[in-house]
Write a protein that binds this ligand. Structure first.
Ligand code: NAP
Length: 308
């Protein structure tokens, strides 16, 4: 299967309005999330250096992880490394799996009041005995660079200038970089979690797409997906979405990440149908981290303005 890689380097190929997407069996364009994220991070490094020179403050991202899940630890390590690579500092707070909701809330409140810390990330998921919503809401909205608090969610839904949920925000950036026009298009979001599917649909709605949410109780998922101009897979079930379901020319964004580098979409089978598609890995993941760090710099800039 031949594919054309799409990155910021070759965006002159024209917009994907889904009215002019390739017809069935034309090779899908692969959306190179890593290249798009690298371009964003390179720009962020420059802006971070300028901010440090102007204020003498080094933006700091604090990551809190509860328990010893190897995948979560790897994610936190990778985010810390990327933050240092763009000129920020990082602080990782590792808490034992036995941590209570109250103890976690205390840690998050202390970080919220620490003037050295600009952004706070609570690695999801937390152990099941912890009330994740209560913990998220202990993060000050000013430092909620992962966009997980109820306040950020409300601001995002109402178009109000809070920090956006990183993965959905990153997905919009990938769609924009690919030239996908969303207004009037039918977007089907499979998954409705508070950190991914639910805010994704709201951001698409804000961009004038017509949005359908699908979830575990949806009847005939194949029929819904088959009507989508844009499919967002946000489930966590390997290859749940079959390639044959994809409408010819539809844009497919696979946010799923399952063991063995497998997404939620049957990637190879989707290639002949999709107009453009993200790979797993190298699609949504890198852009999520780029948005997290961009929002950390934005938080530092706002805090510096308040201090001045
Ligand atoms: P989650 O909280 O478990 O939510 C999964 C969603 O999928 C739920 O809304 C669930 O429906 C729905 N679902 C489950 N089985 C389904 C089925 N058979 N048909 C239709 N819908 C179904 O997961 P999440 O945190 O949103 O993560 C989803 C995936 O995205 C995971 O693979 C995760 O690793 C990945 N992810 C990637 C990034 C990134 O940066 N790349 C970031 C976050 C998450 P109900 O609501 O009805 O239960």
């Amino acid at each position: 299967m031949s594919t054309e890689k799409l990155s910021t380097g070759n965006l002159s190929t024209g917009n994907l309005s889904t009215g002019n997407l390739p017809s069935q069996n034309a090779p899908a364009r692969v959306i190179d999330g890593r290249a798009i994220a690298d371009a964003a991070l390179s720009d962020l490094s420059v802006r971070t250096r300028q901010f440090r020179d102007e204020t003498g403050h080094v933006p700091c991202l604090a990551a809190v992880i509860v328990g010893a899940d190897p995948a979560s630890k790897a994610y936190v390590r990778m985010k810390a490394n990327r933050s240092v690579a763009v000129g920020m500092t990082s602080r990782t707070v590792e808490l034992p799996v036995s941590t209570t909701t109250e103890e976690l809330v205390d840690v998050l409140r202390a970080l919220s009041e620490d003037p050295v810390v600009d952004g706070i990330l609570l690695q999801h998921p937390v152990p099941v005995h912890i009330d994740e919503r209560v913990a998220f809401d202990a993060i000050s909205a000013d430092k909620d660079v992962d966009g997980v608090t109820s306040a950020s969610f409300a601001a995002m839904a109402l178009n109000g200038g809070g920090f956006e949920s990183c993965t959905p925000s990153g997905i919009l950036r990938l769609l924009d970089a690919t030239g996908v026009e969303l207004a009037g298009k039918h977007a089907v979001v499979v998954g409705r979690s508070p950190i991914l599917g639910l805010p994704m649909g709201m951001l698409l709605l804000r961009r004038d797409a017509t949005v359908t949410y699908c979830h575990s109780r949806t009847v005939d998922l194949a029929a819904h997906v088959g009507t989508a101009d844009v499919v967002i897979a946000a489930v966590g079930v390997p290859e749940l979405i079959k390639g044959a379901w994809i409408k010819p020319g539809a844009v497919v964004i696979d946010a799923g990440y399952n063991e063995g580098n497998v997404g939620d979409v049957e990637y190879v089978a989707a290639l002949p149908h999709a107009g453009a598609i993200t790979p797993v890995p190298g699609g949504v993941g890198p852009m999520t981290v780029a948005v997290l760090l961009e929002q950390t710099l934005a938080a530092a800039v706002r805090a510096a303005a308040v201090r001045a």
